[in-house]
Design a protein around this ligand. Structure first.
Ligand code: OKP
Ligand code: ZN
Length: 343
């Protein structure tokens, strides 16, 4: 399997995350991608290629233009305001307040943020842009006939909504890839999100559409980030009614239970008969992940990679989360090798 990767992910290198009331080193850090690409090379998964540049249009096909302009300018606006730390919101347009977009950078941060753990710092936009290009290049490889591709995206994307960032995400890489496939001939795309956290951004983007089936397996939002989306009764709206499916699961969910949900999801994807499949691949379902609460073991990732291959669909794997630095690389590549061994 070919991997698409760029060192430009390193431009996303913030120094702080608000966690447990303290500013800590971010869990979403450059070494994550370095571990994963190291393992890709160690097991000789396949060639590693640089992304092509598809420009801004595919990003603006998913995201609100003023939101993207905000991301592009946020770091410079924050610095111009004279602040010394990294950019983070402290105020939101909460219930019954005005939704007018402020001109001031502190107001704009609150308007466009869905969470405040994720600071914006120098290079953040450039890395987010490059990450989307990694996803787009992987998608185009499927158009060119590849059976499967690994887009080693960083920063991740599945929490980024039409006009919101947070949860370490800025541009929704999987959604941008899905739209590219639709714009180049596909009629239906399925996105299966196996990251521990609910893919609220992807759900938001495709909420009212029937050309993308979105299915997510995740920690129940009653207990887990992002807390305010991902319940089982969210099934899509308008034309999209029935094309969003959520499988929230409780703390300590083990592989047996998780795999039962996966099998149901795979049957639903088969029924939908998509042209192509995108996996939002987060490996934070691992038992030792520092910020999650499922109990998957390393060998389980191989098993479920093989399960996904039974769909026999052209498949793009888009990297999302996974934070136990020592083992994310093994677990990620286990999914890809499990998939290949069953293909
Ligand atoms: C990004 B991805 C836990 C706080 C969680 C943000 C998590 C973002 C996850 N106490 N903070 O989906 O892996
Ligand atoms: Zn996650």
């Amino acid at each position: 399997m070919e991997t698409i990767f760029t060192e430009r992910h390193r431009l996303r290198n913030s120094k702080t995350e608000l966690f447990g009331g303290q500013l800590v080193e971010p869990f979403e850090r450059p070494s994550r991608a370095e571990y994963i690409i190291g393992r890709v090379r160690e097991v000789d998964l396949g060639p590693v290629s640089e992304p092509d540049d598809y420009g801004m249009d595919p990003i603006l096909a998913i995201h609100d233009a003023d939101f993207i302009a905000f991301l592009q300018g946020a770091w410079s606006d924050w610095q111009s305001a004279g602040f010394e730390g990294e950019a983070m919101p402290t105020v939101w347009p909460a219930r019954r307040m005005s939704q007018k977009i402020p001109t001031n950078i502190e107001g704009r941060l609150g308007y466009y943020a869905l969470a405040c753990e994720t600071t914006i710092s120098e290079g953040t936009w450039e890395a987010a842009y490059a990450s989307a290009q990694v996803a787009l290049t992987g998608a185009q490889r499927l158009n060119d006939g590849a059976k499967s591709v690994f887009s080693l995206c960083r920063p991740p994307g599945h929490h980024a909504a039409i006009d919101m960032y947070g949860g370490y995400c800025f541009v929704n890489n999987a959604a941008v890839a899905a739209q590219h496939l639709l714009d180049t001939g596909a009629k239906r795309i399925a996105i299966l999100d196996v990251d521990f956290h609910h893919g609220n951004g992807t759900q938001d983007i495709f909420d009212a559409r029937d050309d993308v089936l979105f299915i997510s397996l995740h920690g129940d939002p009653m207990d887990a980030f992002p807390h305010f989306l991902g319940h089982a009764d969210e099934t899509g709206n308008g034309n999209g009614d029935g094309f969003t499916i959520n499988y929230p699961m409780p703390p300590n969910t083990d592989f047996k239970t998780w795999r039962e949900a996966l099998q149901r999801a795979l049957a639903q994807i088969a029924d939908y008969a998509p042209d192509k499949l995108i996996i939002s691949l987060g490996v934070d379902t691992f038992e030792s992940d520092p910020i999650s609460f499922f109990k998957l073991k390393s060998e389980d990732f191989t098993t479920y990679g093989a399960d996904i291959a039974t769909l026999n669909l052209p498949t793009l794997f888009v990297m999302e989360g996974g934070y136990d630095i020592a083992e994310i690389s093994v677990n990620t590549i286990n999914v890809l090798q499990g998939f290949e061994s069953a293909s």
